[in-house]
Write a protein that binds this ligand. Structure first.
Ligand code: IMP
Ligand code: MG
Length: 193
């Protein structure tokens, strides 16, 4: 049974007209996360990094990258609301839920779903750096190439993407599509397609 996007039932990805091509398959995501996990395991050997994810887009990535790291990691979450349209951020960010864990002296890795303009990350980095961590690095699953005014300082990047609005694997449009396994192009209203 399939209904429209405005219905209560989630449309099947194969028949939803708002979904375009698969950009990154679930298998490719998992393979890349395994590689990133190994890199982080080597780089942080002997330490217990604190992974910080921003709700809600990074939840799937957080769950998978945390399990790909063979170290005693700790997890914490932040929720921010950024003002803007459904598909563009404005750079004005407000913390809706703050961290539970004190960052003083910790090796912090920000786990980000996607860096588009880089404004959200820029804000987060400044905010977290002010809390005196021992180190602060970023692990972003996706980077939209050429969209940042200043080159973002990202220690780990999963995939570089063209300027397309993407959904799935945690990423949404108006809260929909987060549960898709693959990362797909969104071609519905507001996407510019
Ligand atoms: P930025 O501040 O422009 O870098 O936007 C970062 C945030 O906007 C991400 O953490 C996402 O929540 C959201 N975002 C940016 N691009 C996309 C996209 O293509 N699909 C879904 N969400 C996106
Ligand atoms: Mg979002």
């Amino acid at each position: 049974m399939t209904q429209s996007a405005s219905g209560t039932e989630h449309p099947h990805p194969d028949v939803d007209p708002h979904l375009g091509q698969i950009l990154v398959t679930h298998e490719a995501i998992q393979q890349r996360i395994a590689e990133l996990g190994k890199e982080i395991t080597v780089d942080y050997a002997g330490r217990a990094p604190l992974l910080i994810a921003v709700l809600k887009g990074a939840i799937m990535f957080m769950a998978d990258i945390a399990r790909a790291i063979s170290l005693p990691v700790e997890l914490d979450f932040m929720a921010v609301s950024s003002y803007g349209t459904a598909t563009k951020t404005s750079g004005v960010v407000r913390i809706v839920k703050d961290l539970d864990i004190d960052l003083t002296g910790r090796d912090v890795i920000i786990v980000e779903d996607i860096v588009d303009s880089g404004l959200t990350l820029n804000y987060l980095r400044k905010n977290l750096a002010a809390r005196h961590p021992a180190s602060l690095e970023v692990c972003a699953l996706l980077l939209k190439e050429g969209m940042q005014k200043v080159e973002p300082d990202l220690r780990y990047v999963g995939f570089r993407l063209p300027d397309e609005f993407v959904v799935g694997y945690g990423l949404d449009v108006a809260e929909r599509y987060r549960n898709l396994d693959d990362l797909r192009v969104y071609v519905g209203p507001g996407s510019g397609h």
